[in-house]
Design a binder for this molecule. Structure first.
Ligand code: EPZ
Length: 420
């Protein structure tokens, strides 16, 4: 397994371009399973998770043409298989997103239950309960979800116990071809849900309310091909902004959308960052000043994203003052804390809250990544540590950050990838 070696102490200063959103690409690739004609998707990031889903579609017999700019044309008319095997699902739990489309368009699906992961048990009970309410027969046998529907799914009023992003997406895709109207209440409001709804409507779906907590889907008979560009990755954007803030530097992130991360920008303002923005760019400048510690509570969009929690924790380790960070979405998302404390941070975890007293600087240490965003936070910690920090198990990072070492090198970081 590759490792990243980061020599800390460099102040980031430069411009980078943001890639397409991973968490928009995955549901939109799954949505191609609903169409009668080819769907072309652009601005896809070149990430492990995206290639895993492309591989899964290919294994089903779906035809995919990928050009040199990672623009993908998907033609599902040649599909032969309707299943997602454990060996792929275990590497990328978002494979569950093929369940709704397969069921709605082909009336059957066999999808491995995604296991838990480092950050929590991450059940899919709400996905299954919603599909059952729409008329699906669902059995879970030997770790596989066996789903079928005799004729066609029917509309239903679905009230989700918990706000679930992929649950909302799966049910919205299933409802797009159902007979009748489906209401999803307590729906996720994430921009990636809106991007998916926009793509489905371009395919001929009839979806209103995406971005609010009640989404209405009037089912149609068939969905057509279209061409769609996925939105920029708001989590990648926030990650680089925080890296610049932690190193007291300056950054301009381009090809992004500032309206997707209001809560993050507001928090960075509290940290003392000088932020300006345009239609598709954000500039952050610390003017060489030490960031102030921030306190925050993660929650579903539009509140502070759980996917930004580890990165803000990393900034807090070297900030002025004490920051209190509370994680309300996942039950075990502080595994980066003990790694940072080994680097000299002063973080005390009490239940779902991490209390961090800022120190002047961290000290390099060998650390291990445990999940996608925790691994990015350890890279940020390495940027502000004295010496060479070695981050192990960076396959996590490659799942969600396109060319991270090249982008950081462009910003002046001293970082290199070494084979294990
Ligand atoms: C999506 O995961 C994202 N992944 C995650 O990003 C993100 O952290 C998460 O939403 C929260 O914003 C993708 O979009 C591919 P959830 P998802 O269902 O949909 C509980 C990253 O770093 N729940 O919104 O799997 C669940 O346990 C990844 O890019 C149920 O109880 O998350 C959790 O506590 C990490 N039953 C809460 O809901 C269900 O059926 C939110 O989970 C589904 C979820």
């Amino acid at each position: 397994m590759d490792r990243l070696i980061i020599t800390g102490g460099n102040r980031l200063d430069g411009d980078i371009r943001i890639s397409g959103s991973k968490n928009s690409s995955l549901p939109i690739l799954a949505a191609t399973l609903l169409a009668e004609q080819p769907v072309t998707i652009g601005n896809l990031p070149h990430l492990q998770d995206v290639t895993t889903l492309i591989e899964l579609l290919g294994r089903m017999g779906v035809q995919l043409v990928i050009d040199d700019r990672m623009q993908v044309e998907v033609d599902v008319s040649t599909i032969q298989e309707f299943q997602a095997p454990y060996e792929l699902v275990k590497t990328m739990r978002a494979s569950i997103l093929v369940l709704g489309p397969l069921l709605a368009h082909f009336g059957k699906a066999v999808v491995s239950l995604p296991g838990g992961c480092a950050i929590g048990s991450r059940p899919v009970d709400l996905h299954l309960r919603g599909l059952k309410a729409m008329g699906a027969d669902i059995d879970v046998v030997d770790g596989y979800i066996h789903a079928s529907v005799k004729k066609r799914l029917h509309g239903a009023r679905l009230v989700l116990d918990t706000v679930t992003v992929t649950g909302t997406e799966n049910l919205m895709m299933a409802a797009a071809l159902a007979d009748g109207v489906t209401y999803i209440e307590n729906a996720a409001r994430e921009p990636e849900v809106v991007d998916l709804a926009n793509c489905l409507n371009k395919m001929g779906a009839n979806i209103t309310g995406a971005g609010t907590d009640t989404i209405t889907i009037e089912g149609v008979e068939t969905l057509n091909g279209t061409n769609h560009q996925v939105i920029p990755d708001r989590i990648e954007t926030g990650t680089y902004l925080i890296a610049a803030a932690a190193t007291r530097g300056r950054i301009k992130v381009k090809d992004t959308d500032p309206t997707l991360l209001d809560a993050v920008l507001q928090k960075l303002g509290e940290a003392g960052a000088d932020i300006t923005q345009g239609e598709n760019w954000i500039e952050l400048d610390m003017h060489g000043e030490r960031p102030k510690a921030v306190s925050l509570k993660t929650a579903p969009y539009p509140a502070l994203p759980t996917d930004m929690q580890a990165q803000f924790t990393a900034m807090n380790t070297v900030a002025e003052g004490t920051g209190v960070i509370t994680e309300t979405v996942f039950e075990n998302r502080f595994m980066h804390v003990q790694e940072m404390n080994r680097m000299g941070a002063n973080i005390d975890v009490q239940g779902n809250t991490a209390i961090c007293q800022g120190v002047d600087h961290l000290k390099a240490a060998p650390v291990m990544a445990t999940d996608l965003r925790a691994s990015a936070s350890l890279v940020i910690a390495g940027l502000v540590a004295e010496g060479d920090t070695c981050v192990d198990r960076i396959y996590h990072i490659d799942r969600g950050y396109e060319c991270i070492e090249e982008k950081l090198q462009l910003l002046g970081a001293s970082i290199r990838r070494v084979p294990a």
